[in-house]
Design a protein around this ligand. Structure first.
Ligand SMILES: [Zn+2]
Length: 458
């Protein structure tokens, strides 16, 4: 007999809760108890919108709340707008890094993986991601990370929930690797059993199970190591790791859940098998040939070449597989740049990815990737669009991000000077806004709640 009464009182309290919530919503709507959204007017020397072939001199970007509401002339700034003057700069969409591993906190990443707990990686990764943001990178696609658990997905949650300020994250918890592949630990004796940095799987059934597990714990991309890698010990970038059956199983399973696949592939034949299997992006693509480029152009497969990382590590001695990187620099880099130029001409969508790990590297140098794409034959404007609009398309966020256009989320940066004349301007980011929130502005060092405070690293 007590049950119905309990249910009734629950129902009443639920209704009361609903009434209170509605009242709060109403008060918020008429501006009581919450700040009314103010219009911000961003004023610089020119605007690169991520779509037009030319910069627009003297244009002003108006932002209301989270969104861009106008790209206008200075005379059109509303009287009540707050004006942010950014003289000597160029406004452009926030940069998007389409290839990153925020949890890799040291150059010898496989040793670091074995030594660092998932909690340590999460903390280091958060600090690194915030530094990324302050260097102008407002979105990051995680292409699998070195972790036993899913710290990268937890990072995404605390940022999305507004607990910490950080870039928008998307991506895969792990890179799937074959036994002995680039995601396996291949430098220990057979007596040792460790949990590798990648998710090691063999055969279509294990691949399917791994894809399901990745999605279960929050991956919205699947990452496959289709060929060997340059920076891991004991495998060869010219060899293909997964069989065509395993590739098909991965893409088919991911597709059934509406999740795209990113394929790490250096060898031309590996690229072709991955493209045939239906992946959305090829990562690196070092030995891409004309046929692979034609296939990619035809199917709209993106190429994320990640070139600067090789330059960064040239002859440093910092990598576990240093000799492979040095060999690439000596024998393959020039051919790779020429091949990227040809692929671009053939219509392959080239994008910007950095692959330089989360912690320990000054993120201002990441923007050097743009200048290298220019070296490979793209115009400065095409390179900038590759790291903004084209990357937003790769991430399937083109409805919200990637350009400075009315209705888009206000992820906007200002860089010193004119990057169309001097691409090193992209390394000098003086202003960063994400979702309409200013997180960096010239000459101001106010601490923001939600931003970690730690000792300077660089
Ligand atoms: Zn990578």
């Amino acid at each position: 007999m007590t049950q119905p009464a309990t249910r009734l009182s629950l129902a009443i309290s639920f209704r009361r809760l609903l009434q209170i919530s509605l009242a709060i919503l109403l008060l918020a709507a008429i501006g009581i108890g919450s700040a009314t959204a103010e219009t911000l007017a961003l004023v610089s020397d020119r605007v690169i919108d991520g779509r037009a072939a030319k910069a627009r001199p003297g244009a002003v970007v108006l932002v209301d709340g989270e969104h861009i509401t106008a790209v206008a002339d200075r005379s059109e700034i509303p009287a009540d707008a707050t004006v942010i003057e950014l003289p000597g700069t160029t406004l452009m969409p926030g940069m998007i890094n389409a290839h990153e591993h925020p949890l890799m906190y040291a150059s010898d990443y496989q040793n670091a993986h074995l030594q660092g707990s998932s909690a340590r990686k999460a903390l280091m990764g958060l600090a690194g991601a915030q530094e990324h943001l302050l260097a102008g990178w407002t979105s990051i696609r995680v292409v699998g990370d070195a972790d036993v658990f899913y710290a990268a997905q937890e990072l995404r949650k605390v940022i999305d929930d507004g607990i910490f300020i950080g870039p928008r994250l998307s991506g895969a918890g792990h890179y799937l690797s074959i036994t002995g592949g680039g995601g396996d630990v291949n430098f220990l004796s057979p007596e040792q059993h460790v949990i590798a940095d990648g998710l090691v799987v063999d055969g279509p059934e294990e691949v399917r199970k791994a894809v399901r597990r990745e999605i279960k714990y929050g991956s919205d991309w699947i990452k496959l190591l289709v060929t060997g890698a340059f920076q891991s010990v004991g495998d060869n970038p010219r060899n293909i790791a997964f069989s065509p059956e395993e590739l098909r199983a991965a893409v088919e399973e991911a597709e059934r859940h509406g999740v795209p696949v990113a394929a790490h592939a250096h060898a031309a034949e590996g690229i072709k098998q991955a493209v045939k299997a239906g992946v959305r992006s090829i990562e690196h693509g070092t030995f891409i040939d004309a046929e692979a480029a034609r296939m990619m152009a035809k199917r709209g497969t993106f190429l994320v070449p990640t070139i600067y990382v090789g330059d960064y590590y040239a002859e440093t001695g910092d990598l576990l597989a240093q000799e492979k990187n040095d060999d690439y620099m000596k024998n393959d880099r020039a051919n790779f740049l020429a091949a990227i130029g040809r692929a671009h001409k053939a219509g392959v969508k080239i994008t910007v990815g950095i692959d330089l790990g989360g912690y320990g590297v000054d993120p201002t140098v990441f923007a050097r990737e743009f200048a290298i794409l220019h070296e490979a034959g793209m115009t400065p404007m095409e390179a900038i669009q590759a790291g903004t609009r084209v990357n937003a398309e790769l991430l399937q966020w083109e409805d919200r991000l990637g350009t400075i256009e009315v209705g888009k989320l206000a992820d906007i940066i200002a860089v010193a000077g004119n990057p169309l004349e001097d691409m090193s301007a992209l390394e000098k980011v003086s202003f960063v806004m994400i979702g309409g929130k200013v997180v960096k502005r010239p000459g101001r060092t106010e601490s923001l709640s939600g931003l970690l405070i730690r000792a300077p690293q660089h």
